[in-house]
Design a protein around this ligand. Structure first.
Ligand code: NAP
Length: 251
């Protein structure tokens, strides 16, 4: 597939570029600064990709980049959610711009565009409930409004998935190194291998304590998540279409 990556200079995006190439995809990096990307990536990697310079808040430019490059899929890693519940970042504006661009590009092509977005653990549901993790631990709340936008889309307008990891750590300072750890276990809508502890039954704080005890179990690596997206984009019909996706390292 030809994949347009927004945020290719970031922690995840920079690792996604080599992971996509390793899976046989072609990469178009949409970045604010091509010279920053060039200084980040080793020359043999940089020479294998196309680069478009632009702002991720500029929906028109993103749509043009998708159509001009004939991209089959888009991954948005641009923008970083604010941590405190009162925090504000550029992510919601970026998210909407990318979403509008992929929706309109899909309409022009008469085929919904496969698109991965980034969310966080907080927008996954407790197993067998509609309660979100962030109902108990209200951080990174901008992901909630982004997910609400995806859920309000008319059916079949964007073939989206939202990857919802907890903290992602680097395995290596070499951003071109592929993951040496095992594959992540991924699950739609709820965190995989969720554990219920006895504290769950404590009135008022049981849910909060269960989240706090589960949270560290969901730390993964940037390389593992890059691998998951790159490998999903090899499939024509993803099991994660129109779903949030939780991940855990089985080890
Ligand atoms: N890192 C984690 O542990 C973690 C965990 C869960 C979820 N997430 C989510 O995953 C996503 C990626 O995280 P990350 O750690 O890779 O973020 P990051 O390292 O901060 O990267 C953000 C990227 O966004 C780009 N960007 C920001 N504003 C832009 C704009 N207006 N136009 C074009 N590009 C723009 C930055 O480009 P410049 O280089 O030009 O600034 C950079 O490449 C975020 O949405 C984050 O909330 C991250």
């Amino acid at each position: 597939m030809k994949v347009l990556v927004l945020g290719a200079t970031g922690n995840l995006g920079s690792r996604l570029v080599p992971a996509l190439l390793n899976h046989g995809h072609s990469v178009v990096a949409y970045v604010r600064s091509s010279s920053k990307l060039e200084s980040l990536l080793p020359n043999p990697v940089y020479r294998q990709i196309s680069v478009v310079q632009g702002d991720a808040k500029d929906s028109f430019a993103i749509k043009k980049a998708i159509l001009d490059s004939k991209a089959d899929a888009v991954v948005n890693t641009a923008g970083l959610a604010a941590l405190p519940p009162w925090g504000k970042s550029d992510l919601p504006v970026i998210f909407r711009a990318v979403l509008d661009a992929v929706r309109e590009a899909g309409m022009e092509r008469k085929k919904p565009l496969r698109t991965w977005f980034l969310g966080g653990l907080g927008v996954l549901n407790f197993p067998e409930t509609e309660t979100m993790f962030s109902d108990y631990i209200p951080i990174y709340l901008e992901h909630r409004q982004n997910l609400a936008l995806l859920k309000s889309l008319p059916p079949n307008s964007v073939d989206w998935s939202m990857l919802c990891p907890s903290t992602m750590n680097p395995e290596s300072s070499d951003i071109t190194a592929l993951s040496s750890k095992g594959k992540l276990i991924a699950n739609a809508v709820t965190p995989p291998l969720w554990q219920n502890y006895w504290v769950k039954n404590i009135p008022l704080i049981g849910g909060y304590l269960t989240c706090m005890m589960n949270a560290p179990r969901y730390e993964t690596t940037l390389e593992q998540n890059a691998e998951l997206i790159a490998s999903d984009l090899e499939t024509l019909e993803s099991p994660f279409s129109e779903k949030t996706v939780g991940v855990i390292d089985p080890k």
